[in-house]
Unconditional design. Sequence first.
Length: 180
Amino acid sequence: MKFARSLAVILLLLLPFADVSAQTRGRRTTSPQRRRAPAAAGSAAARRNAIEVNTARARVVEQIKTLTRFLYVYGRLSKDLEASEAQARGSGAASEAAVFSNRTRTGLRSSLRNVREGLDQLEIYFRTTPQLQRYYGRVSGVAAGASAAEDQAAANRLDEAGRSLLRVVNQLADLLLEMA
């Protein structure tokens, strides 16, 4: 009997600890679920971030393609323009050359304006998209480079304008590398 009472007292003393340990285990099973919820939200945020960065990469690639196609055509046009102006000066047929020259320059200015506007939009996109703001420093100034090329072409410094656009392409390529 004495033994049974001692056992009962020990069990009664251990009963609160058994209850606490059961509560602790209960907390442990709910605790990881609480941790998983923020992790899931974090992974959703990471997915959104990755999607936004991939979209931005695609836009940068599109601008690089546009610029390189433009530079290919620009190089040819600028050389033809310079050659026709030199020929007109030498032969005295200024009126035909002047018409061709003016039409070509107008087309170049229009194309350069379109390029600059596209680069402006790219800069705005990087500046206003929270997931891309860390890359904004790399893209900042590309529109200014295109604007400088526009001014140089208007001042008949076609070679300098082409070089300014090449610097813009290089800047975009560096941005693309950083985003990878």
